[in-house]
Design a protein around this ligand. Sequence first.
Ligand SMILES: [Zn+2]
Ligand SMILES: [Zn+2]
Length: 579
Amino acid sequence: MPSPVRISFLGGLGEIGRNCAAIEIDGRIMLIDCGIMFPEADHAGVDLILPDFTYLRENADRVEGVVATHGHEDHIGALSFLLEEIPLKIIGSPLTIGMAKNRINERDVADRATFIEVSDGDRIQVGPFDLEFFPVTHSVPHGFATAFHTPQGVLLHSGDFKLDMTPVDDRLTDLAGLGHLAKDEGIRLFLCDSTNAESAGFSESETSIGQSIQDLFRAREGRRIIIACFASHIHRVQQIADAAIASGRTIATMGRSMNNNVGLARDMGLLSIPDAKLRNIDDVEDIAPADLCVISTGSQGEPLSALARMASGDNRWLTIQEGDCVILSSHPIPGNESSVSRVIDGLYRLGAEVIHSGVARVHATGHAKAEELRVMHSIVQPEWFIPVHGEFRHMSEHAKLASGMGTDPEKIVLCSDGDSVLLTDKGIERTDDISAEYIYMAGSVGSLDESVLFARRILGQDGFVSAVITISIRGADAEMVGSPEILSRGWVDGAEGDGLRKEATEEVRDVIEESLRSGVRDRQSLEKAARRTLGRFVNRRTRMRPMIVPVVLGAHEAKQSAKQGNKQGNKNSGGRKRK
Ligand SMILES: [Zn+2]
Ligand SMILES: [Zn+2]
């Protein structure tokens, strides 16, 4: 009997980001992508979110490598973190690998990776994995759909894609190749991008955005133009550069990732900007407005980006002037709307004209909309289908669409992060879940526990109130030393706060004295009593729920050490094993 194929989802199913799936054949594991997710507003102080590597860690000696489908952060951004734990073969197009290397070098783990560059149409064998790569169009060049030729038939992963019939580089999605594969061998299982399954119709071609940008440039002759887009969107950068050069401007790039990617793409011959048209960013204030176009990062309103700094007036290279035109050639990723809005507002305040996707055609999505998905399904005609890459709503819509295109509803499997399925002669069956928690990275300490975020949310909303109580114990006698001290931050200020703290002091004193009278001597019990009393007082008098932090000094430690009953926060609150 042919070997079964196990597919486990470490991330990306139930959110946009941290895409990572594990394919297992004959005991070996090949990942599809290994990306990060950007935090949202309630992820207080988190820099980025990783897939949960627990399963890979437990099976480290079986991990063969990663197919990197394209160069976006939600697909390659976590490679460097995984490399710190497990050496990997990284398979991808030269551009994808180039972009991945930029990130991997930042964490200095390149020596743990073996890079395998593949081109459109290549078919290679890595361990038990027989892989074939089909070009797809997307908002970064050289993305792939990947076919796994397995003992259980062909497993096809779409990668992120759209069906752009007039792509900037003329490299079309290989629908004919996919059609051949579907006709000749049949697609046993299809995993397909769901991002835009809810959007009707077809996405716009990238080249139509180029035309629109040309028009905007022409209408703003004589004025300085600053335009922000994703640094990985090489085709957008090309079209902006073309529009700039056509209107007699020279170009300066701003922001580290923009500089890196423009350099990389020019070196690889994927971006054509003559040397003579590129200016040093240090010179931009000396160039006449009519002659300059700045291409910048920060189109998602990232607080430290070049564009956000322009909007707040502290960009070290450029000061926004009355009459400048700033174009955001992008669309906010869900979660970034308010930061983008703040940046736009700041730019207006400084006197700039701001053009964004809400008012002009300056952005096209990189993901297939419903009609494109229908075209894909009509060609692939999979026996089994699992929608991937999306929030649950997107994947649910995609499932509906697939059944409308003729896939047996019984053979459409809606999965979430942590799900694991087995493909056998009989079809797909669910197997044991794997761990798929959100792994929060912040600062240089590594990952943060969910309880830390829980605490930060409370602190961020209502602050904290603390009671510091000192006890003196002599033999059987115990007494409080002085008064409890009530401290607070971010709760209630001024005379009102003083009054409340004074009242709280009385209540806490009473409850501690009573506890001591009844023979309580251990720190844990006294802190519990103080917390309960102070918490009730605060809630009764202010209707707020700040963090309550009791500190008892001088008491005994409780004997029963196994129990950790008073840990603040709940590990599962807000956790993501969505079922
Ligand atoms: Zn993606
Ligand atoms: Zn992508």
